[in-house]
Write a protein that binds this ligand. Sequence first.
Ligand code: ZN
Length: 220
Amino acid sequence: MKNEINGELDAVINDRGLLTSPRPSIDRPQLQHHLAEVLRLLHVDLNDENLLDTPRRWAESLITMTSGYDFTDVKKLTTLFRKACSAADEKCQNLVVIGGTFKTLCAHHILPFFGKFIIGYIPNKTIIGASKIPRIVEVHMRRLQSQEHLAHDVADTIEHIVEPNGIAVWMGGVHLCMVMRGVEQESSFMETNVLRGAFLEDERTRQEFMSIVNRRGQRE
Ligand code: ZN
C-alpha cells in the first residue's frame, strides 16, 4: 500500500500533467516571438549563429523553471503527501532534521538564486518520509520566488501535511541578481529563518536546531 502511494506521488511530481489543473497550455510560438523581440530591443544580433535557436531554448528553459505553477491543485498534492506519512509513536517525538539544496529564480530580476535548506520539525502524530521534503521544496522552487517566500511556502505546506508541534526552515542562498549586477558581493549570500511553534516557544529546541544549522548549513 505504502509503495503504491509513493509511486503515485513520484508520478505526480515527475509528470505534472497528472495534477488536475495544469497552467493553461503555454503558447510557445508567442513566447518565442516575444523573447526574440526582447533580444532585438537589446540590439542583440539574432543572425549570429550562436543565437539562431536561442529564443526557442530560452522559452523552453523558462517553461521548465516555472513549472511549479502547474501544481495549482495544492489540496490534492497535500492529500497525496499526507498519505505517504506514517504515524509517530512516543519514541519519535524528537527533532527531525532534513537538509538539501534548492535552486530557483528571483521574482524581481528573473535571475537564479540557489543554496541549501535545513528543515526541522517536532512530530506530533505524523512523520513524513525524508525523501518527501526535498520534493515539497522542489514544487515551490519552480516558481518566481523570494527566499523569504520560498521558506514560508515550504513551512506552510509541511505544517499543513504533518501538523507538527513546531517547524523550522533555514535557507542560505547566493543571489546572482546581487552578484551579476555588481551590487556588493559580500551581501550576495542571504540567510532566511522561519521558526514556528516549539521553535519559537522553547529556547532549547531553537538552540538545538540553530546549532545544526551552524554545523551543516553555512557556506563551505
Ligand atoms: Zn533579484
